[in-house]
Design a protein around this ligand. Structure first.
Ligand code: NAP
Length: 245
């Protein structure tokens, strides 16, 4: 059967590249983002997706995620792969970070991962011979601290905690992993508007370049495919060597 795949944050960046990569494999896609990701849906159809259902969903909103779950259930009766890409970042010194900003980052990145992961796992049929896959996008910052990014860093450490716990809870019937990218050239990274000083700091990693969304999508396809069968509870690190956990 053709895989049924839910991708969040599909409107742009890593999520959009992931949609196109799975579309190229002929997958059946539900694509979710804050605004219905029509452009990614159209590009996915052209790239060969068997079926594409675009939806709007705020991943931090429990009712919206429940509606997304119900849509998947009524459209397909279940789910084979989740790639949860939706996320936000906030940069500010700690003493200039309002608690509302902490709450917002945690709500989207951590609560959103909990809600979407819980909904997806509820839609999956555990099968040790052909396990469904849950893939959450964390960050290389899930392994280290970084000055002026503490809410984001804390949220991504939390995502890894969800992955490790769910991997144990649902083994061997469902495989749960994270992808922990380094600096990837998307709107979130903002390379076009970076100061020379900031760019030099970001590029002070062994591979000395930004990664591309397509390189992260390829890791998601790997984890979802036959090569990913012996991975669970892991954080895969396409990060140019930024961290070596
Ligand atoms: P991006 O280009 O900013 O894309 C993020 C997507 O998530 C956008 O389409 C955004 O929608 C959507 N989104 C934001 N809040 C949402 C919400 N509450 N509900 C649903 N969708 C929401 O970022 P990206 O670089 O592709 O990042 C994807 C993931 O990779 C994130 O989890 C990020 O933390 C992680 N990551 C990125 C990097 C990097 O360097 N780029 C590195 C490590 C990890 P709108 O357009 O409507 O805002």
């Amino acid at each position: 059967m053709t895989s049924r795949i839910l991708i969040t944050g599909a409107g742009r960046g890593i999520g959009a590249a992931t949609a196109l990569a799975f579309a190229g494999q002929g997958g059946r896609l539900i694509l979710a983002d804050l605004d219905t990701p029509e452009a990614t849906a159209e590009a996915s159809r052209k790239a060969g997706a068997a079926e594409v259902l675009p939806m709007s969903c705020d991943v931090s909103d429990a009712a919206a995620v429940a509606a997304l779950r119900d849509e998947v259930q009524s459209a397909w009766g279940g789910l084979d792969v989740l790639v949860h890409c939706a996320g936000i970042i906030h940069e500010a010194p700690l003493l200039e970070t309002p608690v509302a900003e902490f709450d917002r980052v945690i709500a989207v990145n951590l609560r959103g991962s909990f809600l979407v992961g819980q909904a997806a796992i509820g839609l999956m049929t555990p099968d040790a011979a052909n396990p469904p896959r849950v893939i959450l996008i964390a960050s290389d910052m899930a392994y280290c601290g970084r000055e002026t990014f503490s809410p984001y860093v804390a949220s991504k450490h939390g995502v890894l905690g969800l992955v490790r716990s769910w991997a144990k809870e649902f083994a061997p019937g469902i495989l749960v992993n994270a992808i922990c990218p380094g600096p990837i050239d998307t709107e979130m990274l903002g390379a076009d508007n970076m100061s020379a000083e900031w760019r030099a700091k970001e590029l002070a990693i062994p591979l000395a370049r930004f990664g591309t969304p397509v390189e992260i999508a390829a890791v998601a396809c790997f984890l979802a495919g036959d090569g990913g069968r012996y991975f669970t509870g892991q954080g895969l690190g396409p990060n140019g060597g930024s961290v070596m956990p």
